[in-house]
Design a protein around this ligand. Structure first.
Ligand code: SF4
Length: 362
């Protein structure tokens, strides 16, 4: 039996930022990502979701080596990114690419599109001018642009076209993993679906693995195989997209979905909506970080941090909540959307294969 290993894995990953002291505040440390374990499997689309400031973008950037972790490891195809010499790190960087949120600021306005897309071809492959021009034309074609667009500047394009240019640049080094950092959230609604469809098409065609950072749950539901939900730097639930949107187990996931009409479309809305502000990541609450907003919190929740542990009916479903089973039994995890059997079956098969492989590797 072929073992399916994670293509990329976070182990105890941490990121802390120090905020300098100001006139009205002391120096403080932001715990942006705190002890995250996460496996991404080849060929899947994994979504990282959560409210602003939960650490999902930071985690995405650490996964592709764009940001060094403060602690923990990122393992890519069995190699620890932290232990690599600069030469090896550069070589691996071509496998791990990122698409940024803002297609307006992520492209150098003084460079022709052909140079923007072709730069990695020169840097990584040392391609000459003619070979570069041919490859750039090919890449622009892949993302639905024309070869003559290479001779224009970014400001001559719409937001959706600029994002296509960003995708073409990310594809230039023939990556295996692409992190999309809110890849459609800066675009008009009418353009978002086109870019999502393009990413899905490219993933199938080029055999990519996608990690999509997003707060728009509607998009996530449409395009992801699995979803990891983050709250204040921690992962609180990981499940297949169908399981998560149909029967979320963690109270935060339940509230997040209930508060998002696009994700809950056609569903029975839940009563529990998110209340209160997200606590400061400079002073995260003790125990379960969600306890200050959780309608099910008990004394234990203040004192003890719940581990991300197996839960639910699917193999590989994980939840960080002391009382998820009680909450589900009391109806807190009741289905909020009708099942979609075909998609559910496909994703469960993928998830089960991954989880079985993981257990074989232990
Ligand atoms: Fe709510 Fe307690 Fe579960 Fe945290 S551990 S989500 S506070 S019930």
């Amino acid at each position: 039996m072929t073992r399916l290993r994670p293509i990329i894995e976070a182990i105890g990953l941490e990121k802390r930022f120090t905020l300098s002291a100001g006139p009205f505040r002391p120096q403080a440390t932001v715990h942006a990502v705190d002890g995250v374990d996460l496996a991404v499997y080849p060929g899947e689309t994994l979504a990282l979701v959560g409210e602003s400031g939960c650490g999902k973008s930071t985690l995405g950037r650490m996964l592709v080596g764009l940001m060094p972790p403060s602690g923990g490891d990122v393992i890519y195809r069995g190699r620890n990114l932290a232990g690599l010499a600069e030469k090896d790190r550069r070589a691996l960087r071509r496998d791990l690419q990122i698409i940024f949120q803002d297609p307006f600021s992520s492209l150098n306005p003084r460079m022709l599109v052909g140079d923007i897309v072709g730069e990695p071809l020169w840097l990584h492959d040392g391609l000459g001018r003619r070979a570069r021009r041919e490859r750039v034309a090919e890449l622009l074609g892949l993302v639905g642009l024309a070869a003559e667009h290479a001779e224009r500047y970014p400001h001559e394009f719409s937001g959706g076209q600029r994002q296509r240019i960003g995708i073409a640049r990310a594809l230039a080094s023939r990556p295996t993993v692409i992190v999309g950092d809110e890849p459609v959230s800066a675009l008009d609604i009418s353009v978002q679906a086109q870019i999502v469809n393009l990413l899905e098409e490219l993933k199938e065609r080029l055999g990519l693995t996608l990690v999509v950072v997003a707060h728009g749950l509607g998009v996530i539901r449409h395009m992801s195989d699995r979803v990891a939900v983050m709250y204040l730097g921690e992962i609180v639930e990981v499940a297949t997209a169908d399981a998560l949107f149909e029967t979320p187990l963690h109270p935060y996931t339940q509230a997040l979905i209930a508060a998002n009409p696009a994700a809950a479309a056609g569903a029975r809305p839940k009563r529990s909506l998110l209340e209160g502000e997200v606590p400061s990541p400079t002073a995260p609450p003790s125990g379960c970080r969600f306890h200050t907003r959780c309608p099910h919190a008990r004394a234990l929740c203040r004192d003890s941090r719940p581990p991300l542990a197996p839960a639910g009916s699917d193999i590989g479903w994980q939840v960080a909540c002391h009382f998820w089973a009680d909450i589900a039994a009391a109806g807190g995890g009741a289905p909020i959307a009708p099942a979609r059997p075909a998609a559910l079956t496909r994703r469960l098969a993928l998830f089960t294969a991954h989880s079985t492989a993981s257990r074989h590797e232990e």
